[in-house]
Design a binder for this molecule. Structure first.
Ligand SMILES: *Cc1c(COP(=O)(O)O)cnc(C)c1O
Length: 397
């Protein structure tokens, strides 16, 4: 009983109603189909389903499940993608999007500033299987221009990047990549589907860690890959269904309900992030504030062109290096010390000693990960409480 709203509905409506499949009971809230298998009325039906299954015909939960399909259809409708495949985590999505379409001898180009596990896949795993990788400074279009070759299979990037919130000009990179016939794969986690429409900007494949803003309340791991139907239901689904990266129906249900409030949450969090960035800029204990919504951000003009808001994360350098940064973190009373982001609870991270600890000092310096750098994921608390907490903690720095 697929019941998909037409494409003309606005994003916030799509996030509430998209992809709903109601059972014969007419339940209001989406059902959790906590089943790994499905029963066929007869042998002929089983045979037919293995030849070709329709959108509401399932075989095995590793291949698909009604609750998972509701999540996939809802996020696909929001993103304006032809299809989506949901995965057990964001990394299962990145793994699937890359490994499903690469083989030994292929060449790819990747931005250097990547989430740690993404960097591991691109820098260590892919070369082990004979894939040649060229790294570029993602913000510099001339480097993309020089690196993409006629035999380049795909380009991979994150915009905004973690943790220094650099942008990549997605339309610019897509023009370069498409001239050479390469696919553009974008990890859109930091920018969120609310603020950056990567497919409209020219991306072919978009990836999310649903663990972040989609859940948004720190409960479940999940991920999703979106793109053209041929790719998602063909190359990608074949790879993922046989390698076991499927999202559990329960986690899909949590993500589905998370989507219902995601637009409201992301907008409230971004408004607070903008206010905090403005309040912190110029503070005597802070050497620099990085936030795409600030006119001082080196790519502010691109951010205004490419994004609807500056996002929910800000980064800033506490003057005095690691000792000051630790004193600041330890003095926080509302903001929590952790490493997740996109959560309703505000979270402060010290990238140099946690998420990016394994990088060499040289690599950290190159990525702007200084000893005093703090990444702040802004939550849903009253922004006045956040500001008081941060300003009071800066007094201790
Ligand atoms: C968190 C994150 C991932 C990985 O997602 P998991 O759900 O933790 O596997 C990938 N890319 C970016 C940019 C992330 O922030």
């Amino acid at each position: 009983m697929a019941d998909r709203p037409s494409k003309t509905l606005r994003p916030r409506t799509t996030l509430v109603h998209g992809g709903v499949r109601r059972s014969q009971y007419g339940e209001m809230s989406e059902a959790i189909f906590l089943t790994q298998g499905f029963v066929y009325p007869d042998a002929e039906a089983a045979e037919a389903r293995f030849i070709e299954s329709g959108p509401d015909e399932f075989i095995y939960a590793r291949y698909g499940n009604p609750t998972v399909a509701m999540f996939e259809d809802r996020i696909a409708a929001l993103e304006g993608a032809e299809a989506a495949f949901a995965t057990a985590s964001g990394m299962a999505a990145v793994n699937g999007a890359l490994f499903s379409q690469l083989k030994s001898g292929d060449h790819i180009v990747s931005a250097k500033a990547l989430f740690g596990s993404c960097l591991y896949i691109v820098e260590s795993l892919l070369p082990r299987f004979g894939v040649e990788v060229t790294f570029v400074d993602g913000a510099d279009l001339s480097q993309w221009e020089a690196a993409v070759r006629p035999d380049t299979k795909l380009v991979f990037l994150e915009s905004l990047s973690n943790p220094t919130l650099e942008l990549v000009d997605i339309a610019g990179v897509a023009a370069i990549a498409h001239r050479q016939g390469a696919q553009v794969v974008v990890d859109n986690v930091f920018a969120t589907p609310i603020f950056q429409r990567s497919l409209d900007l020219g991306a072919d494949v978009v990836i999310y860690s649903a663990t972040k803003h989609i859940d948004g309340q720190g409960r479940c791991l999940g991920g999703v890959v979106l793109g053209k139907r041929d790719f998602v239901r063909g190359t990608l689904e074949t790879y993922l269904k046989h390698t076991g990266g499927a999202l559990s129906p329960f986690n899909a249900w949590v993500m589905l309900k998370g989507l219902e409030t995601m637009d409201l949450r992301c907008r409230a969090q971004a408004a607070s992030a903008q206010a905090l960035a403005e309040a912190l800029e110029g503070h005597s204990s802070i050497a620099r504030v990085l936030y795409p919504g600030l006119p001082s951000h080196p790519q502010h003009a691109l951010a205004q062109r490419q994004m609807e808001a500056g996002g929910t994360v800000i980064a800033f350098d506490v003057a005095g290096g690691k000792e000051s940064a630790f004193r600041f973190l330890n003095a926080l009373r509302v903001v929590l010390i952790s490493n997740n982001l996109g959560d309703s609870k505000s979270i402060a991270t010290h990238p140099a000693t946690t998420t990016h600890q394994r990088l060499s000092d040289e690599a950290k310096a190159h990525l702007g990960i200084t000893p005093g750098l703090i990444r702040l994921s802004v939550g849903l608390e009253d922004v006045a409480d956040l500001q008081e907490d941060i300003l009071a903690a800066l007094e201790q720095a």
